[in-house]
Every structure is written in structure tokens, then in C-alpha cells.
Design a protein around this ligand. Structure first.
Ligand code: ZN
Length: 371
């Protein structure tokens, strides 16, 4: 039964992502062009639709895999849990028979919740996290966080996989990409990243537009943040790292430098994604793992759309609480209002810095040449 259901889930994804159409620039406001769609030496990044949580699968040339987060638990459907099944189907599609590295950014249920169900479907080589849960039951959602953390601890105990706790400044043991930890357990890197690809350590002019907000003091603050370098391509994924912690990374000096791909922090909610971060990293492509009614806030939308180098923002869902002016054009959205289709966005990154993004709903691929 489970195999059959998994296969059908995989089939949906195959249909959604297979037979990718060659790019067309129609609808691209700032002129993406057509070009090659696939080939060797490419990094494939799948943005799984976990309905407003996060699960991002990186598959490097040669097949080495890194999964960042696992979506939510599904207690109503034990044999084919929604998020774990979608991730497993993507693994199958991508030829991943074992997740080499599974990063848990933090212990909120929309990130770690799907993990116990996923490990029953796809083996994991190494678990990576920021260390102990520090969120207590007295904050909103704290009980669920504690439950998610405890379930993860049981997996670690029962599993024979390696377990790594990392801190800012550490480099993950990933061979095909350089993956550096820039935040974790509430701390950030003390010194600017030493990257030959982007100026860092300079005064950040966007700090004044990002005054501190009220502190959150939840697991979001403790998110593991990753700066990923693949050839000339730079990708930033900060999990749900909060606005005030971004200031630690970006103010007064910019410790990150410019990136090509910004995995929009915290699903586009307003307590992340400050101008100090977004305007300074100035992404060319941004991908937002929002849900129909989670994240995708108008304020975050305006910040990203206003950043200086942006070619396109892509959304996993139409932000149904926002007006049309605060959603991207439909061709850049994987899931429109209506029945839950679970469509994926797929990004292909090349070592020359060029990028392609495929909408799993339409099959359309848009190319972004190297800068
Ligand atoms: Zn989240």
C-alpha cells in the first residue's frame, strides 16, 4: 500500500517536473533568456511543497545529497504522510537512495516534524543540527517544539547514522559544495566570510532601514544558516532566522556579501527578511517556501522585489491573504489557489553562476545567465 501510494506521489512529481519545456522568457519582467536545461556538473535544488514549512533537497553532481528540513508531521495519514511522502518522491525522482546529510535548521514542527516519518522511507547518512532545544513550553507553540525535538532525539538514538552538532564558522562535511554555517543556536559568525566571490566586511548602508524589532526568543532565533558555494554560484539559506539575528550578521558590517540565490527566510513572514539582509545580499533569484496562508507577507514581498539585482522572486504558493500586487505573476508560482497539488519548484545551479528555475506546475523553465 505504501509503495503504491509513494509511487503515485512520485508519478505526480514526475509528471510535474518531467519533460521540461525549454525556457521561454515570456512574462519575465526583467528579461530572462532561454538556454540549456540540463547537463552534467549541475547542482539540482528541489523546493518541496510542504505547505508553508521548509524542505529543500540539494543534489550535487555525482549524487551527493543534502536535505534541509523535513516539513511537518502528518498524524492523520500514517501510511502515506503528506510531507515525508513528497520528500521521498522527490528523492526517488532525483535518484537519491540515501540522504547523505540531513540538516535540521531548528526544532519547529514545520521543519523537523516530518523527520521521523521520512527516515522510515529514505535512509539518512548524517544528521546535522545546532544542538539542544532551548524553547520552553511557556512560549506559544513551545509544547509542539519540545515534542518535535524529543521525536528527533529518539530517531538519533535508534539510528546508526552519524550525528553532528555545528556552530557558526563550521564547514559541513559535504564534498561537492562548500557549505559554511553562518548562524546557529542564536549565534552568528564573528568575522565576515572569506569569499573571493563577494565583498564582505564593508559597512552595510541598509542597516538604518532595519531598526531592531521586539525579540522573539524562540527556536527561530537559533536557526542554522548556511552559505553554500558551488563554483561561482552562491546560495543563502537561513531557515527561519529572525530579523534581529540578521542584524548580527549584517550590521554594522556585511559579513555575507552578495548572493545569487536567496531562499527566503521564514517563508516570507515579517519577522525575518530585513532590508539589512536582503538589500545587502542583493539576490538575483529568490525562492519563497510560503504556504497559501502562511508567509508571503506584503512587506517582505516589497523588500525582495525592491532589491537591486533581482530578476525574479518565485513563490511555492499564491499568498492568498495578499492582493495581486503582492504576488508574483502566475508563471512564477508553483501552486495556485484551489486543490492542493503539491507542485515543486526546481532550481538548477551551474558553476559559472547561471541558474535555471522550473515551475513544476507548468513545466516551464526560466534561465538566468551568469552575471
Ligand atoms: Zn518555519
Amino acid at each position: 500500500m505504501r509503495i503504491a501510494k509513494l509511487w503515485s506521489a512520485g508519478l505526480v512529481v514526475l509528471v510535474a517536473l518531467g519533460g521540461v519545456a525549454i525556457a521561454q522568457g515570456g512574462g519575465g519582467r526583467r528579461g530572462p533568456t532561454s538556454g540549456p536545461v540540463s547537463g552534467k556538473g549541475e547542482l539540482q535544488v528541489y523546493f518541496v511543497d510542504v505547505e508553508g514549512g521548509q524542505s529543500t533537497l540539494f543534489v550535487a553532481p555525482g549524487g551527493e545529497s543534502l536535505l534541509v528540513d523535513t516539513g511537518s508531521p502528518d498524524s492523520r495519514n500514517a501510511t502515506a504522510p503528506r510531507d515525508a511522502s513528497r520528500i521521498a518522491a522527490l528523492c526517488e525522482l532525483a535518484g537519491v537512495t540515501k540522504i547523505d546529510n540531513l540538516v535540521v535548521t531548528h526544532y519547529h514542527s514545520d521543519h523537523v516534524g516530518g523527520l521521523p516519518q521520512l527516515v522510515g522511507m529514505v535512509p539518512v547518512g548524517r544528521f546535522i543540527d545546532h544542538g539542544v532545544n532551548r524553547e520552553t513550553a511557556d512560549v506559544q507553540g513551545g509544547a509542539s517544539t519540545i515534542a518535535g525535538y524529543n521525536a528527533y532525539q529518539k530517531v538519533l538514538t535508534d539510528s546508526h547514522a552519524e550525528h553532528l552538532t555545528v556552530k557558526p564558522g563550521d564547514v559541513l562535511p559535504v564534498k561537492a559544495m562548500h557549505v559554511e554555517v553562518v548562524s546557529g543556536d542564536g549565534e552568528v559568525i564573528a568575522q565576515p566570510l572569506k569569499t573571493p566571490l563577494a565583498a564582505t566586511g564593508e559597512q552595510n548602508p541598509f542597516c538604518a532601514a532595519s531598526p531592531l524589532k521586539e525579540a522573539e526568543n524562540t527556536e527561530n532565533d537559533r536557526s542554522l544558516g548556511l552559505a553554500i558555494t558551488f563554483g561561482k554560484l552562491r546560495i543563502l539559506d537561513l531557515g527561519d532566522l529572525t530579523w534581529n539575528k540578521e542584524r548580527g550578521l549584517m550590521c554594522p558590517v556585511d559579513k555575507l556579501g552578495k548572493v545569487d540565490v536567496y531562499i527566503v527566510s521564514h517563508h516570507g513572514l515579517t519577522n525575518s527578511g530585513s532590508p539589512a539582509l536582503v538589500d545587502a545580499i542583493a539576490p538575483r533569484v529568490a525562492i519563497e517556501d510560503n504556504g497559501p496562508r502562511k508567509g508571503g507577507s506584503p512587506a517582505t514581498f516589497e523588500t525582495i522585489e525592491g532589491s537591486s539585482r533581482l530578476k525574479d522572486l518565485w513563490q511555492l504558493h499564491t499568498a492568498e491573504g495578499s492582493d495581486a500586487r503582492h504576488n508574483v505573476t502566475e508563471s512564477r508560482i508553483a501552486n495556485l489557489p484551489g486543490p492542493d497539488a503539491g507542485n515543486t519548484l526546481k532550481l538548477t545551479g551551474r558553476m559559472d553562476g547561471s541558474i535555471a528555475v522550473t515551475n513544476g506546475r507548468t513545466g516551464e523553465t526560466v534561465e538566468y545567465p551568469a552575471p
